[in-house]
Design a binder for this molecule. Structure first.
Ligand code: SF4
Length: 358
C-alpha cells in the first residue's frame, strides 16, 4: 500500500513540461526597413509621447517580429500594468493586474501564454491555464513581496495561531497559496477578510496592505513583515512636497504603500482601481504612488491629465524586454511549471476568492 502511494505521488509530482510539443523556429530578421516602419507606424502613434522617435527604429523590428510570431505560435502576450509602454501598447494582447491577466488568458483561444510580468504572475497563469504552455521571458523576474515568505512560514503561522483563517495576497508563490485558505487582491482584500465571519484573520504577507485593511474592518488582522520594495520607498514628506509645488495635485496611492503615505493620499486602490479613479475623475494633475511605468501607460489614453512622476521602478518587472520576449517565442523559454500537488491546492485558494459572492 505504502509502495503504491509513493510511486503514485512521485509520478504526480513530475510537473508536465509542454515546450517539447512545439517546433523550434528560426530567429527572424531584425532590420528597420521601410516596410517595418510602415507596418509599425500605427503602434508608434500610441506611444509617441513617451518613446522618443530616435528609439523607435531599434524597437520597431522587435515589435513586428513578436507580433508575427505570436500569430504563428497561436500565443497571447499578457502584460502587467508595470510593463514598459512598448510592451504594454505594442505587443501585448491582454493588459491589467496579475489576476485579470490570468483570468482573461483562461478565456483566450491560445496554445501559449507569454507572461510579461514577474514569476508569481506566471505561476498564477499556469494555475488557471494548466493545459497551456506558460513562458516567462526572464526566469529571474522575482518580487520582494513574494520572496518574503515560504510555505513553511505559513505552516508555522498556522501552528502559532490555530483556527485562524489564512488569507494570502496573490503576490505570492504557488507554494504559499497552496498553504492558504483563500487568496485576495488589493481590491478585494477587505471583502475576503470579512467573508469568514471570524474576529481574527491572518492577512499575509504584505504588512502595509494588512494595515490598510485593518483600518477598514472590525476584524482583527494579524500579518507578516513582507513589503514591496517599490511602494515602501515612497514617503509622506516627499508627496506633500509634490503637493505644495503643484497646486490641485491629486495623490492616488496603492495599498502596498506605508500607512503614512496612504494618510496623505486623496484615493487608495489597486492598480485597476487607481486607473479607474483617474479615468472617471480626470484630475488636472495626478501623481500615481506606484511603479512609474503605469503613469506612462495610461497617459497615452488620458491626454488631459498632467501626470507628475516620481520614478520608482520595479527592477524585476524591468527584466522583461522586447529582445527577451522575442527569444521566448522563438526558443519557447522559460517554461513555467508548478508541481501538480501544489497546483491543485493553490488553484483552490485562487478559485475560492474568484467565486466569492460580492
Ligand atoms: S512592484 Fe513590488 S509587488 Fe510588484 S513585482 Fe515589483 S517588487 Fe513585487
Amino acid at each position: 500500500m505504502t509502495e503504491v502511494q509513493t510511486t503514485t505521488s512521485r509520478e504526480r509530482r513530475n510537473a508536465v513540461r509542454l515546450a517539447d510539443r512545439f517546433e523550434p523556429l528560426e530567429m527572424p530578421e531584425l532590420e528597420y526597413t521601410d516596410a517595418v516602419a510602415r507596418e509599425t507606424e500605427p503602434l508608434y502613434q500610441k506611444v509617441k509621447d513617451v518613446i522618443p522617435a530616435i528609439e523607435w527604429p531599434v524597437m520597431a523590428p522587435y515589435v513586428k517580429a513578436i507580433n508575427d510570431l505570436k500569430k504563428q505560435r497561436n500565443a497571447v502576450i499578457l502584460a502587467h500594468n508595470y510593463q514598459t509602454p512598448e510592451i504594454f501598447h505594442c505587443v501585448a494582447d491582454i493588459v491589467g493586474d496579475s489576476l485579470q491577466l490570468a483570468q482573461q488568458a483562461a478565456r483566450a483561444d491560445a496554445d501559449i501564454i507569454v507572461q510579461c510580468g514577474v514569476h508569481f504572475m506566471a505561476e498564477t497563469s499556469k494555475l488557471l491555464n494548466p493545459d497551456k504552455l506558460v513562458l516567462i521571458p526572464d526566469m529571474q523576474a522575482g518580487c520582494s513581496l513574494a520572496a518574503s515568505i515560504t510555505g513553511a512560514d505559513v505552516r508555522l503561522l498556522r501552528e502559532r495561531h490555530p483556527g485562524v483563517p489564512v488569507v494570502t495576497y496573490v503576490n505570492t508563490s504557488a507554494e504559499v497559496k497552496a498553504e492558504s485558505d483563500i487568496c485576495c487582491t488589493s481590491s478585494n482584500a477587505i471583502q475576503v477578510v470579512e467573508s469568514f465571519g471570524k474576529d481574527t484573520v491572518l492577512c499575509i504577507p504584505d504588512e502595509y496592505l494588512a494595515k490598510y485593511v485593518a483600518t477598514k474592518t472590525d476584524v482583527r488582522i494579524l500579518t507578516w513583515k513582507g513589503h514591496c520594495e517599490v511602494h515602501e520607498r515612497f514617503t509622506a514628506d516627499e508627496l506633500l512636497a509634490y503637493k505644495e509645488a503643484n497646486p490641485g495635485l491629486e495623490i492616488i496611492a496603492h495599498p502596498e504603500c506605508p500607512p503614512e503615505v496612504i494618510t496623505v493620499a486623496d484615493f487608495t486602490g489597486s492598480t485597476s482601481g487607481m486607473i479607474g479613479y483617474v479615468r472617471d475623475n480626470k484630475p488636472a494633475k495626478a501623481l500615481l504612488v506606484t511603479e512609474c511605468s503605469m503613469a506612462s501607460n495610461i497617459a497615452a489614453d488620458l491626454p488631459g491629465v498632467d501626470f507628475i512622476r516620481p520614478c520608482n521602478l520595479c527592477p524585476h518587472m524591468k527584466r522583461i524586454t522586447l529582445p527577451k520576449i522575442l527569444d521566448s517565442l522563438v526558443e519557447l523559454k522559460e517554461e513555467v511549471t508548478v508541481d501538480p500537488l501544489v497546483a491543485d491546492r493553490a488553484r483552490l485558494a485562487v478559485e475560492r476568492m474568484v467565486n466569492l459572492k460580492s
